[in-house]
Design a protein around this ligand. Structure first.
Ligand SMILES: Cc1cc2nc3c(=O)[nH]c(=O)nc-3n(C[C@H](O)[C@H](O)[C@H](O)COP(=O)(O)OP(=O)(O)OC[C@H]3O[C@@H](n4cnc5c(N)ncnc54)[C@H](O)[C@@H]3O)c2cc1C
Ligand code: SF4
Length: 516
């Protein structure tokens, strides 16, 4: 009885549990690129390059480990089913093993395979996350709101990360986020220069894939010429080790700062690699922990980073599966928004300097750090009343690290509050005040950050209040945002009218009459 392990393109880990059941002498590994799947969305070219190149490099890695790999390239087949079918027939495979896919559409597809291929198909345990998603769903299903902090503490205890011998958090506190809010001004005064990241090695596989991406996806966003991500496990490790050695120490202090000329600052830029299995979450957490114990990075940075990877990331994964158990997350729309995304989301051409710069970074690199996603791009879409599924799709297509399980809860939940507060306790809405404090964007912007209404006023200022005015029935009772309504209620009717008027004329000119 010949077995085959089908390795999915976002599960390129040597710990992939499907590999464990193989007998290297007789069984095979199957890897397939699919044009049909790759064209389901208009993915950024960097994401396509990363996935296909990392898959092809992983094939080599598996062969070096003694596996026989049957690899079907994109130009040889149209879709997964066709290539699986021909490999199964050609090699006489009688059982296919797939590691539990990371996202729900792939699970549904795998569930149809046994019937379609006429052989046994088994799913092995997902080893890319620390979270057992079935347990998570069982525990949280039916709740209207989940709390990341609780889950994070549980993860620290379960995996003994940054814990003292007597079960207390190292340093006495679980969460040092309040220390991690230094401003853009503080960053400039520090005279720090974010270190250059090591350039990944490139080989024939990378150049072949670049050519293929330009051939099959010529109109997708981005350019293969500016591709910057590692495509091998070795380079991914080097990239992370470089982060630990040169940037982790300042990660905490400047985590929320946005600088027009800086892409990564002191962030790790590992999400595209982690999300396809080139890096392993627990290894990263241990390396960060050791940096603290060795005195190479302060606790606020190390705890902050560890909270992101074993707290937020795992929590988001659990939220995705919990929500997906009962609803289609993509269709959530708490505020009932109907507006289409303006055209400048595809070009970056807008006079709002913060939005223009953040979108241009994504177009060029398929990446921005968290605060530009949440407090600039996401914030704008939230305040402008964009249809949540439309902005979700945009993030999914434009970011090199975007996969349904992670992009959807972050966009629909954390950023757009479209799930009514399942992931976030309150909408992340902010005016120019916040953006000015945390970035250098407002200086040199065509709009005036200090003006509240009128043609030259910063749109974030009146859109912010208009958002609270038009959603009063849904938000007023949320005690996390009560203060916004205290301030709003103090505004005169004339002031409120001016806000509505400015918001109305700005939004009417975005894409005139473009509603669903
Ligand atoms: C609107 C919006 C969309 C997002 N879309 C994605 C996405 O498509 N893919 C994605 O991986 N992350 C997404 N995130 C989460 C987060 O912004 C990115 O993981 C992070 O910016 C990646 O950059 P980094 O590797 O430099 O992260 P760092 O700041 O260095 O953080 C380290 C790691 O922590 C993890 N992490 C931190 N926050 C989150 C989070 N909220 N959810 C999941 N993982 C987290 C990531 O793996 C990240 O690599 C999104 C956040 C928002 C607000
Ligand atoms: S003034 Fe407003 S639009 Fe311009 S950069 Fe600042 S926040 Fe953005």
């Amino acid at each position: 009885m010949k077995k085959a392990a089908w390795i999915l393109g976002d599960q390129l880990s040597l710990n992939n549990s499907a590999l464990r059941v193989l007998d290297k002498a007789t069984d095979i590994v199957v890897m397939t690129e699919s044009l049909e799947h790759a064209r389901e969305l208009s993915h950024h070219k960097h994401k396509l390059m990363l996935c296909f190149s990392a898959m092809r490099h992983f094939k080599q890695e598996l062969e070096q480990q003694g596996y026989s790999v049957c690899y079907s390239q994109l130009d040889e087949n149209k879709n997964f089913l066709d290539s699986l079918n021909s490999i199964v027939r050609k090699h006489g495979v009688s059982e296919l093993i797939v590691m539990q896919p990371n996202e729900s559409a792939t699970v549904k597809f795998v569930e149809t395979l046994s019937e379609n291929l006429g052989i046994g198909v088994a799913q092995s345990k997902n080893t890319m996350f620390l979270t057992d998603r079935d347990e998570f769903v069982k525990k949280h299903r039916g709740k209207s709101h989940l709390v990341m902090e609780n889950y994070y503490r549980q993860m620290r205890k379960t995996h003994n990360v940054l814990m003292t011998k007597d079960g207390k958090p190292v340093g006495g506190e679980w969460n040092l986020d309040k220390e991690n809010r230094r401003t853009a001004k503080a960053f400039k005064q520090s005279k720090l220069t974010p270190p250059k990241r090591p350039a990944p090695t490139r080989d024939r596989i990378d150049s072949d894939v670049a050519e293929m991406v330009e051939k099959f996806f010529p109109n997708h966003i981005g350019s293969t010429k500016t591709f910057w991500l590692p495509t091998t496990r070795k380079d991914a490790d080097l990239c992370f080790d470089d982060f630990i050695a040169t940037r982790l120490k300042d990660f905490g202090d400047y985590e929320d700062v946005m600088i027009a000329d800086e892409l990564v600052l002191f962030h790790s830029a590992i999400s595209p690699l982690l999300n396809i299995g080139l890096l392993d979450v627990m290894t990263l957490a241990r390396k960060a922990e050791h940096a603290y114990y060795n005195g190479d990075a302060p606790l606020n940075s190390v705890e902050g980073f560890i909270r992101q990877i074993i707290g937020w990331r795992e929590f988001i994964y659990g939220c995705y599966w919990t929500k997906s158990a009962d609803t289609d997350y993509h269709q959530e729309n708490f505020f009932g928004n109907t507006r289409k995304l303006p055209d400048f989301f595809w070009t970056g051409k807008t006079n709002m300097r913060c939005v223009s710069s953040a979108i241009s970074k994504v177009i060029e690199h398929g990446y921005t750090h968290h605060i530009e996603r949440l407090m600039v791009i996401g914030n704008f879409a939230l305040l402008a009343g964009i249809l949540p599924n439309e902005i979700n799709r945009w993030f999914w297509e434009f970011y090199a690290d975007a996969y349904d399980w992670v992009v959807t809860p972050n966009v629909m939940g954390m950023s757009q509050f479209a799930d009514g507060g399942f992931v976030a306790t309150k909408p992340y809405a902010a005016s120019a005040n916040y953006i000015d404090k945390m970035s250098d964007y407002c200086h040199g912007c065509a709009y005036d950050k200090t003006l509240k209404t009128g043609e030259t006023a910063c749109p974030f200022n009146y859109l912010y209040w208009d958002f609270f005015l038009r959603n009063s029935d849904k938000l007023r009772k949320n005690n996390r945002i009560g203060m916004a309504y205290v301030t709003l209620d103090k505004k005169t009717t004339a002031e409120q009218d001016a806000i509505r008027q400015s918001a109305h004329s700005f939004l009417a000119n975005l894409n005139p009459n473009d509603y669903y």
